[in-house]
Design a protein around this ligand. Sequence first.
Ligand SMILES: NC(=O)c1ccc[n+]([C@@H]2O[C@H](COP(=O)([O-])OP(=O)(O)OC[C@H]3O[C@@H](n4cnc5c(N)ncnc54)[C@H](OP(=O)(O)O)[C@@H]3O)[C@@H](O)[C@H]2O)c1
Length: 243
Amino acid sequence: MHPRVLLLSGNAMVSRLMTTAMVSRSWDVISIEVMVYDLARMTSAAEAQVVLAQAKPNYVIFAAGSMSNPFAVDRDAAKSFMHASTAAPSVTKFLFFSFPGSRRNRAPWWSEKEYEQFLSEKNSFPDIYQAKLEADEYLVALAEKRIKEGGPPFQAISLRPTWMTNSRGTGKVRLGRAGARGQVTRQDVAAVAVGLLSRNDTHGWFDLFQGDVEIEEAIEMAVQGAINSIEGEDIERMCKLLQ
Ligand SMILES: NC(=O)c1ccc[n+]([C@@H]2O[C@H](COP(=O)([O-])OP(=O)(O)OC[C@H]3O[C@@H](n4cnc5c(N)ncnc54)[C@H](OP(=O)(O)O)[C@@H]3O)[C@@H](O)[C@H]2O)c1
């Protein structure tokens, strides 16, 4: 059976590219625009639950983003959908769009220069940084809780592309242990997102840059190597956020 996918927001540039890839796989894609929804006005998981009850998705993708209102959209609306999705047994995958700098600690694989790039980006976009980070950590905590409570399988995926461009896709990326700031095409990001969702063994944080590894191979390498960009962060502390 083909999955039903709720795409929030289907209008995002990367979403349009994902939609093409998902429809070509005969996935049933429902976009939030169909329901005419202002995510910034969403104030609770109960409201997200109503949307889920109408859309009945198996997978939820949160691709909305607002530079002007990140706390309402990238954090609060995302968290409402994360909460509602992990509470819904029929939702088995949640993909959140974040970015490589969404972390508290220096990534163990970063060079000094990459660490400086991270600090500079964090200082330049403090609200986006805080909003994405809080949502990222919340998803980790909720997914851990669902697993601990013996709930149905759930893949929590934070896809973390660096700055996206609209250039033609290259089909090649660097996934997982990558840099702090760089470029990647939206076409390649969309292909990685759909590739991750197509498998039942992908979960965790995936930093994403332009690279030299074919997309399918990059995903396979990340899975086989249990590569998770969350390495270096304190998962226990994240889980306590729910207490
Ligand atoms: N741009 C980058 O380089 C970059 C890098 C890493 C991660 N990301 C993240 O990746 C995702 C996709 O990025 P993108 O550049 O492809 O997106 P985008 O084209 O900038 O689109 C963002 C979408 O969010 C929607 N949105 C914003 N506020 C909303 C609200 N209150 N209610 C409903 N929808 C709302 C917009 O809807 P309208 O069309 O109605 O305005 C738009 O469709 C975002 O989450 C972004 O934060 C971006």
